[in-house]
Design a binder for this molecule. Structure first.
Ligand code: ADP
Ligand code: MG
Length: 394
């Protein structure tokens, strides 16, 4: 595990602190539709406020590409943050500049500031040093609590640490601990569930967990590529032709590594991907004509459940089917219910799967839900995340 200093390791009293948070929340008609990411940053904000620090929060929102976009201003986020924190949040209309410097200078203990959308500034995603220096100018300390952007070297995640010391927030610290736990000392039996669209997105994560897991349960579109590698013809189903050979190699490796790799034994197919589309359950050698595979079948669900029931630790990334379009959400939902009520330590990552679990009201039953999408995958791959590396070592 990378050992980084966190806010708990340093004196923060009286300090003006730029806190990089991930408030990149979904908006709906100018209101925050889902505030999970705002709530995830609460422990760090409360800790800093209780210890007499003056937090200046900064986040990106959407993809304004270096220009101000009225519909991506941080005002709705500030409004929701006020409700959650139960105190006034002063939202500024700039990211850097004299107005910000002045507001931070006169800020009192107990006050919270929120800067405008970081990506309104061209220097942010370019990690421009002069922009990073301006971000750092009004503060004494930098705290990174935005794990979801830790895989990007931006001014507010990396550049700023050239001008002011950087430490981890409590969410960042927890992410590092939980994701490392999956890699370094998982409890056994250790069962890993991998789904989602593509093998190509996750090849290195599959390989990593092949080394560590007792059981690897495959679903989603990526299972089609593995089934193709076993010689099945899945008709017009989505799969990655150019990854079939790689999938075959992974199956071989799993045997050598003593990892039980399971593929769907039955499949839910339909001619069209639309809500309520007539579906049927078939075996992999029965897929015909215009049928396309959109979910794992009930026998597969039962087989996977037996491994989940016995597991001491479960890691899950990627949905088992096209969960957005009912009835193809069943496989994902049924595994989620089993994991939610199991006593195993469960760690879930991946934007789409987390959205599915939240829609099912099961997110609260998972031991740890990672707030990263790409960042979580890169951490599990063993890549160095620049936003973490830039923080001070223990
Ligand atoms: P995550 O964000 O959880 O890591 P991915 O982004 O890899 O997951 O994949 C999610 C997408 O995979 C969803 O949009 C889902 O509809 C799609 N998907 C799952 N199963 C299938 C399938 N059998 N065929 C096509 N797409 C699928
Ligand atoms: Mg996704």
């Amino acid at each position: 595990m990378v050992e980084k200093k966190s806010i708990e390791d340093i004196e923060v009293s009286g300090k003006r602190v730029l806190v990089r948070v991930d408030f990149n929340v979904p908006l709906d008609q100018g209101k925050v539709r889902d505030d999970a990411r705002i709530r995830a940053a609460l422990p760090t904000m409360q800790n800093l406020l209780n210890r007499g620090a003056r937090p200046v929060l900064a986040s990106h929102l959407g993809r304004p590409k270096g220009e101000p976009k009225p519909e991506l201003k941080m005002d709705p986020v500030a409004a929701r943050l006020e409700e959650i924190l139960g105190r006034k949040v002063k939202k500024l209309d700039d990211v850097v500049g004299p107005q910000v410097v002045e507001a931070v200078a006169v800020m009192q203990e107990g006050e919270v500031l929120l800067l405008e959308n970081l990506r309104f500034e061209k220097g942010e995603e370019k990690n421009d040093p002069s922009f990073a220096r301006k971000l750092a100018e009004p503060v004494d300390l930098f705290v990174n609590d935005a794990f979801g952007t830790a895989h990007r070297a931006h001014a507010s995640t990396v550049g700023i640490t050239e001008y002011v010391p950087g430490v981890a927030g409590l969410l960042m610290k927890k992410e590092i601990e939980e994701l490392s736990h999956c890699l370094e000392n998982p409890a056994h039996p250790f069962t890993v569930v991998l789904g989602g669209a593509k093998v190509s997105d996750k090849i290195n994560v599959i390989r990593r967990f092949l080394e560590l897991a007792d059981n690897l349960l495959i679903g989603g579109g990526m299972a089609n590529t593995f089934l193709a590698a076993c010689g099945y013809n899945l008709g017009e189903s989505f799969y990655e032709k150019e990854l079939v050979q790689e999938a075959a190699t992974i199956i071989e490796e799993s045997e050598k590594k003593n990892c039980r790799l399971l593929l769907p034994q039955d499949l839910v197919v339909a001619e069209e991907l639309k809500p309520g589309s007539p579906e049927r359950v078939v075996y992999p050698d029965e897929v015909r004509g215009a049928w396309k595979v959109f979910d794992i079948g009930p026998e597969t669900v039962n087989a996977y459940i037996t491994y989940l029931d016995k597991a001491a630790m479960v890691v899950w990334n990627g949905p088992m089917g096209v969960y957005e379009t009912p009835p193809f959400h069943h496989g994902t939902e049924q595994l989620a219910q089993v994991i939610a009520r199991s006593g195993a330590h469960s760690v879930v990552g991946g934007g789409d799967l987390v959205a599915a679990l939240e829609a099912q009201g099961l997110a609260g039953e998972i031991s740890f839900i990672s707030t990263g999408g790409g960042a979580t995958l890169e951490y599990w791959e063993g890549k160095e995340l620049p936003g973490i590396s830039a923080l001070q070592d223990q």
